[in-house]
Design a protein around this ligand. Sequence first.
Ligand code: ADP
Length: 537
Amino acid sequence: MNNYKALNKTTANFSALTPLSLLQRSAKVYPDKDAVIDADLVLSYGELYQRCCQMGDALKRRGINAGDTVAILSPNSYEMLESHYSVPMAGAVINTINIRLDAATLAFILGHGEARVLFYDTAWENVVRAAVADLEVQPLLISIESKAGVSDGLAQQDYESLLMEGDAKASWQRPDDEWDAISLNYTSGTTGNPKGVVYHHRGAFLAAMTNSMVFEMTPETVYLWALPMFHCNGWAYTWAITAVGGTHVCLREVDPMAVYRAIETHGVTHMCGAPVVMNMLLQELGREGLTLSRPTQFALGGAAPPSSVIRKAEEIGFQITHLYGLTETFGPSALCVPQPEWQALPLEQRALKMSRQGVSTHGLDEVVVLDVVNAEPVPADGKTLGEICIRGNTVMKGYLKNPEETANAFSHGWFHTGDLAVMHPDHYVEIRDRAKDVIISGGENISSLEVEEVLYRHPQVSEAAVVAMADEKWGEVPCAFVSLIEDSKAIAPEEIIKFCRELMPHFKAPRKVVFGELPKTATGKIRKNILRDSLSQ
Ligand code: ADP
């Protein structure tokens, strides 16, 4: 028997995987190629790499080290893209924050993540001012001066002047360990406070590689950033586009006509988005009678595409790739791989095949459906319901400072998604229901418990339960079922909605309020399935 184990890892044949090396490579291979286009500004790969190294050095000079968090609150922009490289180049962890959050949630995230620096777009200065007022430890505030202009006295410095503090010739060092954290993404789970999902360098590298394979990207790829980069690091496409040496095109706001103009002007080949973005686009382009001058690949995630969407999308010039994933899996973890013979099927049948969540991406070992009681695989019969469970290298490290939720999520050696599905005989999974208390509205997660907590603060509310209600535009919106305390005066649904809107981001407030007795189990639990069913009748 040969002693293969005697051959060792050396620096010649082993290094920590990190997506930072992908930028370094593209800067060597394509120094003058457009890396990022943000309105009138264009940076080549050479320039992007140099600026990221310089900002990484500037952060280090400011005392930012391994294990520190640098947060950023910005729409899609070149600064946002740069931060995906510069922050880890300093050895730190990038925490991208959803721009739709209110000051209280922002304060929670900055405090929980212990952000030492916050880059923020000045358009969000008011919410930042309110959030940091409550923080015990103040992050260094660095303004990104875009549309809204200069900071009104809040920021210590602006982004470009901080960059200038770095050495223009600085380089970076690979992390010692590929398991080191690279990013922190807060997601609303089933509990009120968001959970901090931590990604590792290894997973980010592998997600970048597999995402480019999944989406068949090449150096000719021109990618339109309609999906927010703050959402799971743009489903890891912030690193994937760079991996192939494609061009990132930034879009600040998702306005359908702006998307159309960007596609036509820059020759966009690929983009991602939630179904709400696709619907808005199809409606507006359909109304205007516009079609694309060449096909654009659209990776749709967050919900299954219905056949009407597939048909309209194809008429206008979009080709749909259906992705499934979660924040905990670096975004995409499954894709519905199209089989060549599907093309010959009538649209309705093809749509049925395409609307399944599919098979695992390359960076994972397996995506399976397990029985919720004994964690054994369910039969591949397209009928037996179980939970989608995932294992492999593009699964998070865990939830920051939350060992209990981390252990729950990883029980039986699998990551539990909380999505209920069947396994088809061809090994494609299909979601049928959701076990977790999450409402997904326009691609944003809303924890039903969080909305309930606000409802319970209303002096006249005795009991409250919030469930998802189907909505044509947003996919789902929160619907509240409320019982009032005895002898309380009648109250209008609008009053409850207004009350919620004052205490939480508007998109999380219920759209509909139904008053009445709440159905309960024998042990007194509210039967949300009955409430859900009542909405679909
Ligand atoms: P992201 O941040 O990428 O939106 P979240 O963690 O917020 O991910 O939401 C993930 C949830 O969205 C999944 O657990 C699932 O319930 C739902 N989801 C994602 N993709 C799909 C899909 N293709 N079809 C149906 N549901 C989906």
